[in-house]
Every structure is written in C-alpha cells, then in structure tokens.
Design a protein around this ligand. Structure first.
Ligand code: IMP
Ligand code: MG
Length: 185
C-alpha cells in the first residue's frame, strides 16, 4: 500500500492539534465526543496530549438501511450524552462529504452545549457537499480512499499505525484474501 502519513508524521500532527487545543481551552473542563468507530485511534492519542479536566463520550452515526450515501444519518448515543452547558469537542476520522459532521453537530447543538468545536484527523479536498468546515483538521488529503489509523475498508485495516491509499491492486488483494467466498487464504 502507498503510505501517505507514517507514524512519526501522524504523532507530530496529533501533538500539534493537542497544543492548539490546550491553547483554545486552557484549563477549562471539556467533553470530547468521538464518533465510532473510525475515531478511536485518534481519540486515544489525542486525549493523552491534553491536560485539562476531560471527559469522553462515544456516539455512533449510521446511515439508515445500509444506504450508500450518508444522507439519512441516525445518531446513536452509546450512553446518555450529558453535554448541556459544557464545552464540547467533537472528533471524527475524516471529513469527506461533510454530511456526518453536519448531522452530528445538529444533534449535539440540540442538547445545548456551552460551546461546540469540531476536529477531524483527515480532511478530504474537493469532496465537501456542505457549507461547514471543521474547526481543526490534522491533515488535508487528496480525493483518494485511505485506510489505517482508525479508517477502514469493510471494517478492516483500522489497526494500521500509518495512513495508506487503498489502490486498485490493494482492493484486489483484499477481495482475494478477505471476502466471504475467497478461495485461497
Ligand atoms: P462524510 O459524511 O461523507 O463526511 O463521511 C465521513 C465518513 O465516511 C467517515 O467517518 C468514514 O467512515 C467514511 N469515509 C469517507 N472517506 C473515507 C476514506 O477515504 N477511507 C475510509 N473511510 C472513509
Ligand atoms: Mg467508516
């Protein structure tokens, strides 16, 4: 796979985001709301770069009836979200069409946080279909399908410590090895 960002570059990027957030919030307590499952690796690394009092909440955003577009998003709270009057930082793995972030932001706003900011690990260029932009993006990427550092293809590859482009040859290798009717292993 073609590597876009290696472990070192990612570590520096997350540390930089951490230092920007320490400047933004100081010692004010914050609630980090992370969208499952793609943001778990970023979440684990980022919170260890932060030193203010901090709580973590997990949510899931799923599209209805396995739809391909993220148009009809359903926001599922994995526990009751207690964010009224709190400073909230919403994080996600990647900003692509932007629909996920818009929908989740709407849902969180309805719970009346004191403030709401958004941070994404990757920001895909030229694919947005919404008016909003994340407040923080660790890296900008071209319009290519990437995996690793939390990002998946068919739920695999989230554990790669780097970010790589999933190219045609990688897709073929994937279906040969990992799809249900694969002949050889
Ligand atoms: P959006 O609603 O179109 O911004 O989509 C965001 C979601 O699409 C992310 O949370 C990912 O789950 C998925 N996604 C978009 N682009 C990629 C990619 O290049 N690799 C892996 N997942 C992606
Ligand atoms: Mg995904």
């Amino acid at each position: 796979m073609k590597i876009l960002f290696d472990q070192d570059v990612i570590r520096q990027g997350i540390e930089q985001l951490g230092s920007n957030l320490r400047r933004e919030y100081g010692q004010n307590p914050i609630t980090v709301v992370a969208i499952m499952t793609g943001s778990i690796v970023m979440l684990a690394d980022l919170v260890r770069c932060l030193d203010m009092p901090l709580r973590i909440s997990l949510i899931r955003a799923s599209s209805y009836r396995g739809g391909v577009t993220s148009g009809d998003l359903h926001v599922e709270e994995l526990e009751r979200l207690d964010i009224q009057g709190r400073d909230v930082l919403l994080i996600d793995d990647i900003f692509d069409t932007g629909k996920t972030l818009v929908e989740v932001t709407k849902h969180l706003s309805s719970l009346q946080p004191r403030s709401l900011k958004t941070a994404v690990f990757l920001n895909k260029q030229g694919t947005s279909q919404v008016a909003m932009e994340p407040d923080y993006s660790v890296f900008k990427i071209p319009n290519e399908f990437v995996v690793g550092y939390g990002l998946d293809y068919d739920d695999f590859y989230r554990n790669l410590p780097f970010v790589a482009v999933m190219e045609q040859a990688d897709l073929e290798e994937h279906s040969r090895r990992l799809e249900p009717n694969a002949q050889s292993r």
